[in-house]
Design a protein around this ligand. Structure first.
Ligand code: NAP
Length: 319
């Protein structure tokens, strides 16, 4: 039944469309079909969920996301300060040095993957008047309240806004995204036309990869992320300064530390700095970490002093 209605839909595609020929009528249901009807059907279905996504900030993380978007068949456009046209071409994306040209392609989704520190400048420089009026703006910054407020302030009310944070990166997500969290808040999604559907289609990209979908407010995200993400990056960066090496007698705990260094080491300092500067909870976390380290040292040195003092007094009593 479903295939039948698709087959008639295919035959009505206008001559300028991709499926130009009307297939010869099928006389018996079990007869060999003249072309791969199932593949055509699936192509038609796929095209109905495909999005044209413009990635702004085509660096480390933008390119990492693009690999999966491209594999799922979405049309990709990219723009960055640096010329990443070769990387874009290798992913089947069209690279635009001029953001005017990119916006004139009328993407369904504009995805900001710029560094936290540069996002406000990049957003202000985007010629949003060249976009379709109901474009969906999404972003993947590792802090959430800051871009939410920025987008609400900067974008006219007819643009939709979706804040997301894939809680993984090129290192931790290199073997797939299954089970990895995608945090999101639908900040402003219009309830007319196909806006809700377009937002769902974008989120479906992550759901199809098996991500754990976590709907959470941006404020709640930032409170949690200071304790989890900023702490993880801080400890990873601290340990990387010790230039740790693997030995023949590594314990599981030590292996976990080496992995932490590896996971956080490929991220830029700019990203780490953004986690600190643009999450108000990070300062408190850093202070707590500092106090915890001091108190740990006090405990250790206090005990050492006790032992030394005891020895000193015992020695003097013997003399
Ligand atoms: P990043 O250092 O945070 O950002 C690099 C991107 O920002 C590049 O595209 C770079 O442009 C652009 N950029 C930096 N300074 C700029 C400036 N002054 N003007 C214009 N563009 C500028 O590294 P990233 O890992 O690619 O992260 C991108 C975003 O994804 C960040 O917001 C980060 O928080 C978020 N994120 C990252 C991860 C991760 O694991 N890496 C995970 C989740 C979310 P060029 O291409 O021209 O260099």
């Amino acid at each position: 039944m479903f295939l039948n209605s698709l087959s008639s839909a295919i035959s009505f595609v206008p001559a300028a469309g991709r499926l130009r020929c009307r297939p010869p009528a099928i006389r018996a249901m079990d007869a060999a079909q003249p072309f791969d009807m199932e593949a055509q059907a699936s192509d038609l279905m796929d095209r109905s969920v495909r999005l044209k996504i413009a990635i702004i900030g085509f660096g480390n993380f933008g390119q990492f996301l693009a690999q999966t978007f491209a594999r799922q068949g979405h049309t990709l456009l990219a723009h960055s300060r640096t010329d990443h046209s070769a990387a874009a071409a290798s992913l089947g994306a069209s690279f635009f040095s001029d953001p005017n040209d990119l916006c004139e392609q009328h993407p369904d989704v504009v995805l900001l993957s710029t560094s936290i520190l540069s996002t406000a400048t990049v957003l202000r420089a985007l010629p949003i008047q060249r976009l379709r009026r109901n474009t969906l703006f999404a972003e993947v910054l590792s802090v959430k309240e800051f871009p939410k407020n920025l987008l609400l302030k900067h974008l006219p009310p007819y643009f939709d806004i979706l804040c997301t944070h894939p809680m993984f990166g090129p290192e931790s997500g290199k073997d797939g995204w299954a089970g990895l969290p995608l945090v999101y808040e639908k900040v402003r999604i219009g309830d007319y036309g196909d806006r809700a559907e377009r937002c769902k289609r974008f989120l479906d990209i992550f759901e199809r990869e098996g991500c754990r979908m976590v709907e959470m407010s941006c404020a709640e995200h930032d409170a949690c992320a200071a304790e989890t993400q900023f702490l993880t990056h801080t400890v990873g960066r601290l340990l990387s300064m010790l230039d740790l090496k693997s030995t023949q007698i590594d314990t599981k705990g030590y292996e976990a530390l080496l992995k932490l260094v590896q996971n956080t080491g490929s991220d830029s300092f700019e990203l780490y700095n953004g986690l600190f500067m643009y999450n108000k909870n990070s300062t408190e976390l850093l202070e707590r970490l500092d106090m915890a380290f001091d108190s740990l040292k006090k405990d250790l040195f206090g005990k050492l002093h006790d032992v030394l003092r005891k020895q000193l007094f015992e020695d003097s009593a013997e003399n």
